[in-house]
Write a protein that binds this ligand. Structure first.
Ligand code: ATR
Length: 473
């Protein structure tokens, strides 16, 4: 092996890593070094894709020696201990000024910790969220890098060359320092959970309310995909609903066990939002809906619990379907508004200068929540960078104003019919809470002062007050 011939390296030759390495190799001017803990995988990838011209290496030392300086390596291994192990090896083999990128799905607080530790060696560490799954990695993902501005100078052009492109703009931006990239990737995943749950609720309401078949509902989603709901998730929902099971001839969706799995990034989003004090109720309900679905024993035990009397049948099918579409749109606006609230709060807490409009822009391609809708978010922050809640931007206020009557009708119908719609209904409750003149939080403050002397503030005077309640003992 001749030395120092590669300008970038990838560690971890599982699907994401090998696809990202192939993407890099396909771009003009790149020579890519590859390495995997078990060398047979490295050899297999090099043999399977000879055109990529990979520099296959079998030890970390060879890998480091094969890279031009300053060296740049992207780690694509399992999040957690594997990532720490590889970072430790690279720190030994690399020199000050080199760049280590973690492209895995790390928890952002791990990235903050790693960045701090690696920085002390003079090596740059960049946590980069990479979205879009296997296909995105190969053809163009949405990339959310954190790390230092200095590292971004070297890394920026490389990442820009492999990212998805929408309207001539690459889906990558320097999100902020240390863990900012992985933080924003986490919020992206949380929003994705909410988006998927809202679509699932829309499907359930239409199916149970109108008796339409999955294939018929697929046509409705395909139609919706031509309007303001246009998105990858709506598009694939139509595909999933259209699918029939080869073995039984039934709609595939009826053959799939109704217990949703999760890899944990939705839960991370909610845990983080709880710490930041940001209500991300749409995302939380989506995470909880998956948890509830995956409790077969409880669901079986509860299956005899009473539901509403009588059957649920919609009188005007077309009007109901349109109501559901509007409820979905309004709830989606709330979910994104809440997600961006979490980004704003995270940026404040961790001192990141995050450009919200740029985040929406780089989510337009390569990732699962890609949608035209994100342009409206970019526009809203361009118009008013200090926007305190996305839903209050004129475009979104108008959209929700046009949808809210339908939204209420759908939530009422769902409650009366006994069809669970946690994301639709909690988003509406959040909306009504946000716009309320007065909230019963005043009463909660009174209760807190009563039992715990926690004090309260008054509407008409400055200061802090405590009442000598007649119940005081
Ligand atoms: P995917 O989900 O894409 O299949 P993953 O499970 O996230 O992949 O990560 C698997 C990768 O992490 C593999 O490249 C694996 O190396 P091996 O092929 O040698 O198993 C790598 N990996 C896991 N643990 C590791 C460790 N402790 N040190 C180095 N690499 C490790």
């Amino acid at each position: 092996m001749s030395n120092s011939q590669a300008n970038i390296g990838v560690i971890g030759m599982a699907v994401m890593g090998s696809n990202l390495a192939r993407n890099l190799a396909s771009r003009e001017g790149n020579t890519v070094a590859i390495y995997n803990r078990s060398a047979e995988k490295t050899r297999a990838v090099a043999a399977e894709f000879p055109d990529a011209g990979f520099v296959a290496t079998e030890t970390i030392e060879d890998f480091a020696a094969s890279l031009q300086k300053p060296r740049t390596a992207i780690i694509m291994v399992q999040a957690g201990r594997a990532t720490d192990a590889v970072i430790n090896q690279l720190v030994e083999a690399f020199e000050p000024g080199d760049i280590i990128v973690d492209g895995g799905n790390a928890l952002f607080t791990d990235t903050i910790r790693r960045e701090k530790a690696v920085r002390e060696t003079g090596i740059n560490f960049v946590g980069a969220g990479i979205s879009g799954g296997e296909e995105g990695a190969l053809l163009g993902p949405s990339i959310m890098p954190g790390g230092s501005a200095e590292a971004w100078e070297t890394l920026g052009p490389i990442l820009t060359s492999i990212a998805a492109v929408v309207d001539g703009r690459a889906c990558v931006t320097h999100v902020g320092t240390d863990g900012a990239g992985h933080f924003v990737k986490m919020i992206h995943n949380g929003i994705e959970y909410a988006d998927m749950q809202l679509i699932a609720e829309a499907y359930d309401l239409i199916r149970r309310g109108t008796g339409k078949s999955p294939a018929e509902i697929a046509e409705i989603f395909a139609e919706w995909n031509k309007g303001e709901l246009e998105s990858y998730l709506i598009e694939i929902t139509a595909e999933v609903l259209r699918q029939t099971d080869a073995a039984t001839g039934k709609p595939l969706v009826d053959v799939i066990v109704d217990q949703a799995g999760a890899k944990g990034t939705g839960a991370w989003t909610v845990q983080t939002a709880l710490d930041l004090g940001i209500p991300v109720s749409g995302i939380a309900e989506a995470v909880f809906a998956r948890s509830l679905s995956s409790k077969p024993a409880q669901r079986a035990a509860a299956s005899a619990l009473p539901g509403p009397d009588g059957d649920f049948a919609v009188a005007d099918v077309d009007a109901f379907v349109e109501d559901v579409r509007l409820a979905l749109y309004a709830s989606k606006i709330i979910a994104y508004s809440q997600g961006f609230d979490a980004i704003v709060a995270g940026a404040e807490e961790y001192n990141w200068d995050i450009k919200k409009g740029d985040i929406a822009a780089i989510w337009r391609g390569g990732c699962i929540i890609r949608a035209q809708f994100l342009n409206r978010i970019t526009d809203a922050y361009a118009e008013n960078p200090g926007l305190v809640a996305l839903v209050t931007a004129p475009y979104f206020t108008d959209a929700v104003a046009g949808a809210q009557s339908a939204w209420r009708r759908v939530v009422i119908a769902a409650a009366q019919a006994g069809i669970p719609s946690p994301a639709f209904s909690s988003s509406l409750a959040y909306y009504d809470g946000l716009r309320a003149d007065r909230l019963p939080a005043a009463l909660v403050q009174g209760q807190r002062d009563f039992f715990g002397a926690h004090t309260y503030k008054r509407v008409d005077r400055e200061g802090t007050f405590h009442t000598l309640w007649s119940g005081d003992r």
